[in-house]
Structure formats: C-alpha cells, structure tokens
Design a protein around this ligand. Structure first.
Ligand SMILES: *Cc1c(COP(=O)(O)O)cnc(C)c1O
Length: 229
C-alpha cells in the first residue's frame, strides 16, 4: 500500500470517528486514533505519520523494536497491545509509552520495576476478558477491582484504564454490549480510582459501537494499512 492510499485511509477513519462521536454527542477530540501497525513495514508507519498520525500500536516485540529504532527521528508514541511474557517486560518498559494488555500482577510489577526512571511512569491499561471467553487473555471482570487497586499503587507505572477485545460480532446493536460492560466496569472503579480516564476499545469493524459506548482510544489496523497475512 502506498503513501497516498494510506493518507486516504487515515482521512476515512478520521471521518468515521468524527461521525460516530457526533452521533453520540461526544467531542471527537476525546477519541484518540491508535494506528495498529503490527506486521507492517516502517515505511507504512512513516506514511501514516506524514498523514498526521502520532500513536502506533504493536503486538510483536521483535517486529516493533526494529521499527521504533528506524523511526526514532519522528518522535512517535508507541503502544504495546499484544500478549505479554515475563521475559519481554524489560524491553517493553524501555521502548514503549503505553501497554494496553496487562492482565496479571506479576507483569505489572516487572514493568514498574524495569521502567527507566528518566522516561517517567509507563501508561498502563488492564486488559479485560469482557466476553468471558474461556481461552481468551484478559482478567475476568470480577477480578478487575482488586488488580486495579494493586496496580495503581506501583510507582513506575500509571494505571490509565481498561482495554478489551470482545468476541467478533457483526450486529451493531450487539457489538455495543461488551463495550457498555467495559464502560460500566471503569465507572465502578471511579470512586476509589478517580483519575482513570481511558477506555481502549474498538477496532476496524466495530469502532462506531465502541465510540457510542465511550471509547477514548480506538485501535485500528486493517482499515488503515490493509489486511494482514
Ligand atoms: C490487531 C489488533 C487490532 C487492530 O485490529 P483491526 O481489526 O485490524 O483494526 C486492535 N487491537 C489489538 C489488540 C490487536 O491485536
């Protein structure tokens, strides 16, 4: 996909975000677009940055490291959104600005301890298994309050909110249910953790439903960069 095509896609996705925000009576400025560049080459990230995007999401550490290095001159913001393994936390803590996929205390502790102090605290979302699917990653909703309270007290990270990847659903009405559940869960934390401000939810096929339910970050890959192999 060439730079012109990427620029067109960026403006189409921006229009969808603006329309969905308007339909929900929300300010479109309150919905950040995270461009999911996993498996895509650095040149495509550069083209998206030239089209005005600033935040990029990656799932695979090795693939991400090369791109982060190659694109250092652009001063981009990098978000880790993939499955986390203990032996990868040090590299993630040193190279990323956000991690959306924290689902256990051990990982949160390591990220906190390994975050280089000069970079300031790492922004964290807890990944919630909001559809309760047996084999899915993410903490179960009932375990979120305890985990959130402990994670919020760690010095090297800042707990910002919750993230979810619901089970695929094509009906726009049904798409909203898990997003509404994630919003309610965040609201239920607000008494004890009033600073939480992030709902990372919505991808290429369901960003409208997520924005209707309060998404503050939508994570879009396919509709910006094309299908992945
Ligand atoms: C791949 C991925 C996305 C982007 O999905 P698209 O359907 O390509 O927009 C968003 N979030 C996470 C966690 C992903 O792994």
């Amino acid at each position: 996909m060439d730079a012109r095509e990427i620029a067109t896609n960026v403006s189409k996705v921006r229009d969808r975000i603006a329309d969905a925000a308007a339909a929900a009576g929300r300010d479109p400025e309150c919905v950040a677009l995270l461009a999911v560049s996993k498996t895509k080459p650095a040149a495509m990230v550069r083209a998206a940055a030239e089209a005005g995007l600033h935040a990029f999401g990656e799932n695979y550490l090795q693939d991400a490291e090369t791109k982060i290095e190659e694109l250092r001159d652009l001063g981009l913001e990098w978000h880790f959104i993939g499955p986390l393994q203990s032996n990868k936390t040090r590299t993630i803590a040193a190279n990323f600005d956000w991690v959306h996929s924290v689902d256990r205390l051990k990982i949160a502790r390591r990220l906190s301890e390994q975050r280089p102090e000069a970079l300031g605290p790492l922004n964290i979302c807890l990944q919630v298994n909001i559809s309760g699917e047996p084999s899915k990653s993410g903490v179960l909703p009932g375990q979120v309050p305890d985990l959130a309270a402990t994670v919020a007290s760690l010095p090297g990270i800042t707990l910002r909110g919750l993230m979810a990847i619901p089970a695929p659903e094509t009906d726009p009405v049904k798409q909203r249910q898990p997003f509404a559940a994630l919003r309610h869960l965040l609201e239920s934390l607000s008494d004890s953790l009033p600073h939480l401000d992030t709902l990372s939810m919505g991808m290429s096929s369901d960003l409208e439903a997520a924005i209707a339910e309060g998404a503050t970050i939508v994570r879009v890959g396919t509709d910006l960069f094309g299908a992945r192999q």
